[in-house]
Design a protein around this ligand. Sequence first.
Ligand code: PLP
Length: 379
Amino acid sequence: MKVYFDNAATTAIDMEVFEAMKPYMLEHFGNPSSIHSHGRQVRTAIERSRKKVADLLNAAPAEIFFTSGGTEADNTAIRCTVSDKGIKHIITSKIEHHAVLHTVEALEKRGIEVSYVDLNDKGQVNYDHLEELLKSKPNTLVTLMHANNEIGNLLELERVGEMCKEHDACFHSDTVQSMAHYTHDMRQLDLDFAVGSAHKFHGPKGIGFLYINHENKIHPFIHGGAQERNMRGGTENVYGIVGLAKAMEIAYAEMSSHRKHIEGLKTRMIEKLKSTIEGVSFNGVSDDLDQSLYTVLNVCLPPNDDNDMLLFNLDIEGVSASGGSACSSGSSIGSHVLAELNRDQNRGAIRFSFSKYNTLEEVDYAADKVAKLYQTETA
Ligand code: PLP
């Protein structure tokens, strides 16, 4: 049996999405900047896709900018806000994705002051500390992710948005893992910037978007042609854009049934592991369905000399999972997120991340393999 439980790294493309993209690979190949009919036809597809994404987010089409993915969107929001809005201080956390963390570190080297908000031992943000930081520093950008890709912790987006508004700070949230898995109403949230990446919700790789609230005026990150209303130079990834919009449309239409299905998988995995492995626990709050991303379960296995071999052995059994983010796939070593949690570093970590395509049989199979491998190794 082959089981794919690494959906936080990337998801399989939905066939319907692929079918929607195909005509833009084969027939409608014009450059959207061309004014002839071949170009105009493709331009229309892009603008239709932009409107679709905007409608789903209750945003205006002019607030959606297509990018090459989440990393570029995060970089654009953070770097351009700092340079264009006189930002002197950034508040972030130590468990952000590297798309944010490394961008912030690069800015720190150029003289921007950076504060890391306190986290509790489960990796949850200390909102009182955030408030203190916001009070003490003017000209601030807050960048805090909505859903952590490794442990699934959810941020209270509304609460942080209100705090930022009260203290006149800009708020960027890396929403890559929650986009199209939860609804985001941009007219209700006090968010300046949010991010989407199609390959996290059964769309194609290499395409994403940045939502920029209309009250923010920033300059482009990538200079070039006048594409994306002068905000992002470069010929558009037309079939990617069409695929992203289609994937998001499907995700929204089926969100509640997919969520129910995936929560069932996660609950089953928690129960099976608890009943077969003594001392098993879960990193962050990933076993709490209300406080964590429903697609992610980060398992904390009791100390064992061979814990690092667990993911490798699981792979041999046909189960693809990860120990942290994709860049550290196959090992929990080097996970900057797990390192921030108050946990015994000798314990093994496996991140299972689920999708609509997974089944209960797959959960049972993987849980049995973990139990078997673990018991064999501890025997
Ligand atoms: N932010 C988070 C939370 C992610 O999980 C990822 C991808 O793993 C990214 C950003 C980067 O997105 P992309 O792969 O589209 O550049």
